[in-house]
Design a protein around this ligand. Structure first.
Ligand SMILES: Cc1cc2nc3c(=O)[nH]c(=O)nc-3n(C[C@H](O)[C@H](O)[C@H](O)COP(=O)(O)O)c2cc1C
Length: 439
């Protein structure tokens, strides 16, 4: 099986979504149902969800200083607009692990999506399929690997009659919607291998190992609510990957019946760190299972660790601090991106996340050398409002924002034109406080 896809042409002009919204308002009196301004979006999410769901999505480590540092880092970089540039044909597309994708955006792995919408991960997986953007499934998901794959393909298929989602139809009957699998690695290797085999069989063709969360960070707003869905009755939400896994169930099924935390506490957030020594084994196993598809480490925040990841054979890294949910008082993820790019940017793919809220944020991360970005909370907030429609609206808005930023700032091609020359660092730029400081 060749899991890659080939380009179909330059990326769509996502900016047209703006015109569609204006036209629907002007001619039919139809307005968007909720604001996509990130400050307002997070506020209205609070009204849509119960406390447990809202705080799980929005909790941060400690005082939330890392979350703030993530946003401050974006504020310090400013885009230099260029005029009278021919931006009439724009190309936001990139190549990532053999996939040609229409924009440099991935759906970040986010656990327990049933907290936000009854269908859980099926929602963003389907929307990612529609948009042709890679979907990354979390080990802490609340739908099975197999069901998510079907939803992801169904999204891609649903737009096939309109010329497809930019990704090519795979050999055979499958629509090729790129999807990656995020692994939380427990200490039972048999279970790890079983998860990877299932993911590969279901068309997830990149393994993304998260290394910053063997243990959940100290998140006061979750502590206050004893916010751990796995221990609450009925005790099934969030256990879906384990409860559907033949190896896990053969070995621990009885224990799971007695203790609804068995899966999460032993295979996901088990509190027992792995070290660099274990990674070559995992890379080899993934290589054996997938025939050599890419292996990526998620959680890198230093050039030294990025180099180690390269040296042990990773094809990529995710520069992320888990949206500021793990270490409080840590560096902003964008702050460390330039030094990591300088160390390994020409050797491996760099995916960036933590704090992306707008098109200009994506522009800045790419200009600093990321090859692609991941978006997490934004799509959660969208699905919390209106399931599929909400998730679609938020992601199409983000794409429109990026496309419009490219045209009004005078940068037609994401890979050719968006680089460090497009930015200026403002060392003394005061981050806005008070009323305007929510972002
Ligand atoms: C509610 C929530 C759940 C998350 N769950 C996971 C997860 O299961 N696995 C993982 O690797 N990262 C997880 N992350 C981190 C995201 O993959 C990503 O790194 C982060 O959300 C990106 O920052 P952003 O939300 O500001 O876009 C989670 C983040 C949030 C906000």
């Amino acid at each position: 099986m060749d899991p890659t896809n080939k380009p179909k042409g330059s990326s769509p002009h996502y900016s047209l979504y703006q015109r569609e919204i204006f036209r629907q308002g002007g001619t039919e009196g139809k307005l968007p149902h909720f604001s996509v301004h990130p400050d307002e979006l997070v506020e209205s999410t609070k009204k849509k969800l119960n406390d447990r769901a809202y705080f799980y999505a929005n909790s941060n480590a400690g005082l939330g200083w890392t979350d703030k540092a993530n946003r401050e880092a974006f504020y310090a970089w400013r885009i230099i607009p260029r005029m009278l540039v021919d931006t009439n044909v724009r190309d936001l597309s990139i190549e990532l692990f053999g996939h040609r994708i229409p924009a440099p955006i991935l759906f970040a792995p986010i656990g327990i999506n049933k907290l936000y919408s009854p269908e859980g991960e099926l929602v963003p997986a389907k929307i990612a399929g529609e948009l042709g953007l890679p979907y990354c499934l979390s080990t802490a998901a609340s739908n099975t690997i197999e069901d998510v794959a079907v939803a992801n393909d169904s999204g891609a298929r649903s737009v096939a009659s309109e010329g497809g989602n930019y990704c090519q139809v795979r050999a055979g009957s499958n629509v090729n919607s790129p999807r990656f699998f995020q692994l939380y690695m427990g200490h039972d290797d048999e279970v790890t291998i079983s998860l990877l085999e299932r993911a590969w069989k279901s068309g997830f063709d990149v393994c993304m190992l998260t290394v910053d969360t063997w243990q959940l960070g100290w998140r006061p707003t979750d502590i206050n609510l004893a916010n751990y869905v796995f221990y609450y009755p009925p005790g099934t939400t969030g256990n879906e990957l384990g409860a559907s896994d033949p190896v896990f169930m053969r070995k621990y099924g009885e224990e799971l019946k007695q203790d609804s935390g068995k899966w999460i506490d032993s295979s996901v957030w088990h509190g027992k760190a792995h070290t660099w020594k274990k990674i070559p084994w995992l890379i080899k196993e993934w290589e054996r299972i997938s025939g050599g598809r890419p292996f990526v480490i998620k959680g890198i925040q230093s050039a030294e660790d990025a180099l180690k990841a390269y040296e042990i054979g990773c094809e990529g890294i995710v520069v992320t601090n888990h949206a500021g949910r793990q270490v409080d008082g840590a560096v902003g993820s964008l702050e460390v991106l330039p030094e990591i790019v300088d160390a390994v940017g020409d050797k491996m793919k760099i995916i960036f996340d933590s704090g992306i809220r707008t098109g200009s944020d994506i522009f800045k991360a790419i200009a600093l050398g990321a090859h692609a970005v991941q978006v997490g909370r934004l799509y959660v907030w969208g699905m919390a409002h209106e399931g599929e429609a909400g998730c679609r609206h938020v992601m199409k808005s983000l794409l429109a924002d990026l496309d419009i930023t490219m045209t009004v700032a005078g940068y037609p091609s994401i890979t050719r034109d968006v680089n460090r020359k497009a930015l200026k660092y403002n060392e003394n730029g005061a981050y806005p406080r008070g009323e305007h400081a929510k972002l």
